[in-house]
Write a protein that binds this ligand. Structure first.
Ligand SMILES: NC(=O)c1ccc[n+]([C@@H]2O[C@H](COP(=O)([O-])OP(=O)(O)OC[C@H]3O[C@@H](n4cnc5c(N)ncnc54)[C@H](O)[C@@H]3O)[C@@H](O)[C@H]2O)c1
Ligand SMILES: O=C(O)C(=O)C[C@@H](O)[C@H](O)[C@H](O)COP(=O)(O)O
Ligand SMILES: [Zn+2]
Length: 369
């Protein structure tokens, strides 16, 4: 299948390409040699994890070396726990030990964990060096590799320390998806479903019609779902790079409860996408009370998530603990938790909700488990 290119054009930033296709990894070195920010880098550092390294590190290195780059690698433990201040510290030290200077660059080879961590260390090492995203999970291809949110978790919550730093290039090689297991496949589908609900009837009903094909990983449907999600995200980020104009928060649909689930269940217990899907169900039910979310939407979204292999979680935590965890969310203002809620497919609001209303919904949520 021919590769698709989406250009991410954010005011004040150098535009960058997201290349999506099945031979993109082989062409990585050639692509970087055409990229002014990276072409002359004397040394590239590939950051990857212990699951991805045995699968794709050799191919990535080979492509970069053939193109003439000097390449080193750092392999971090696979899983959400690597998105930590401690691991970031180890990577900074490794970068210094390798003698990386400001003209060097970081290549993130992996899922959203590696991408967020690599972006964070690249944006802070020597006050910032370029980085490239080579996403290898569906989630990373459709969401985390684009838009420049980087960061690490604290015990208190997800992504509580981070930066905005756009990658210089995103190479989404769809062949790498062949080795993803079902949990991680469904995880990526959740962020696609999120994008579809927020974007439009057109995207949402396309997803409804293609949910089975997504689960079956039909090549053409997968490629289209990735491209649609990237185009959606690129447009949102172009309108509001730093989440300060009341636009980018839409990408946080499902994340208020989702992040609390991830933190309280223990990072990595549930995939990010499974937690976000749970959060989308919760936010839509809350929305029915607060912003008049139509019951048909709540139901259709539930059907889509079920169809994508994202059933409601058989897990809960006490309502008060969930509320306390949600209060640590970045969207909290003046002590009030805010939720992205769909007023309809393609129409959303970010609304502060009183604790009493949240607790009532959390108790119903807890009782449903
Ligand atoms: N920056 C953003 O805009 C943004 C957006 C969405 C999510 N995120 C973050 O991304 C993270 C989740 O990313 P994720 O779901 O990719 O998780 P992940 O990076 O932990 O990857 C999931 C698992 O799949 C493995 N893996 C990766 N690629 C593989 C492949 N091709 N074949 C087999 N195994 C592979 C990994 O080793 C890991 O065990 C969370 O920390 C979330 O907060 C960030
Ligand atoms: O890119 C964004 O903006 C997002 O919010 C995308 C989310 O899917 C992603 O999980 C992001 O990491 C959440 O960031 P946070 O700053 O709300 O923690
Ligand atoms: Zn997310």
């Amino acid at each position: 299948m021919p590769a698709t290119k989406v250009v991410v054009n954010i005011p004040g930033e150098v535009p960058y390409d997201v290349r999506i296709g099945d031979a993109v990894l082989e062409g990585l070195g050639t692509s970087l040699k055409r990229l002014p920010a990276v072409a002359d880098a004397p040394h590239l550092l590939i950051l990857t994890d212990t699951n991805v390294a045995p699968l794709y590190l050799d191919a990535a290195k080979a492509s970069l070396k053939i193109a003439g780059f000097r390449v080193s690698d750092v392999v971090v433990p696979a899983g959400e726990e690597a998105k930590s201040v401690a691991v970031a510290g180890e990577v900074w030290n490794a970068m210094a030990a390798l003698g990386l200077t400001r003209d060097c660059a970081v290549v993130a080879l992996g899922g959203g964990v590696v991408g967020d961590l690599a972006g964070f260390v690249a944006s802070t090492y020597m006050r910032g060096i370029p980085f490239v995203q080579v996403p290898t999970t569906l989630l990373a291809m459709v969401d985390s590799s684009v838009g420049g949110k980087t960061g690490v978790n604290l015990e208190a919550g997800k992504n509580l320390v981070g930066t905005f730093k756009q990658p210089a290039y995103v190479a989404a090689c769809t062949t790498t998806l062949a080795t993803l297991d079902e949990r991680e496949w469904a995880c990526g589908c959740a962020e696609i479903a999120k994008a579809a609900v927020i974007d439009s009837d057109e995207f949402f009903f396309w997803m409804m019609d293609h949910a089975e094909a997504m689960v079956a990983r039909a090549d053409a449907v997968v490629a289209e779902a990735i491209a649609r999600s990237v185009v959606f995200k690129a447009n949102v980020v172009a309108a509001d790079k730093t989440e300060s104009r009341g636009v980018r928060e839409c990408l946080n649909y499902g994340h208020t409860l989702g992040h609390a689930v991830e933190a309280l269940a223990g990072f990595g217990t549930f995939s990010h996408g499974a937690a976000v899907a749970e959060g989308m169900r919760f936010a839509a039910r809350l929305g029915a009370d607060v912003v008049g979310t139509p019951p048909e939407l709540v139901e259709a979204q539930g059907e889509l998530l079920d169809g994508l292999g994202l059933p409601s979680l058989a897990w809960s935590a006490p309502a008060e603990e969930m509320l306390a965890a949600m209060k640590r969310d970045k969207k909290t203002r003046g002590g009030q938790v805010r939720f992205v809620m769909p007023r309809d497919i393609g129409a959303w609001e970010l609304v502060g909700v009183d604790d009493a209303v949240i607790l009532e919904h959390l108790r119903a949520w807890e009782a449903s488990k």
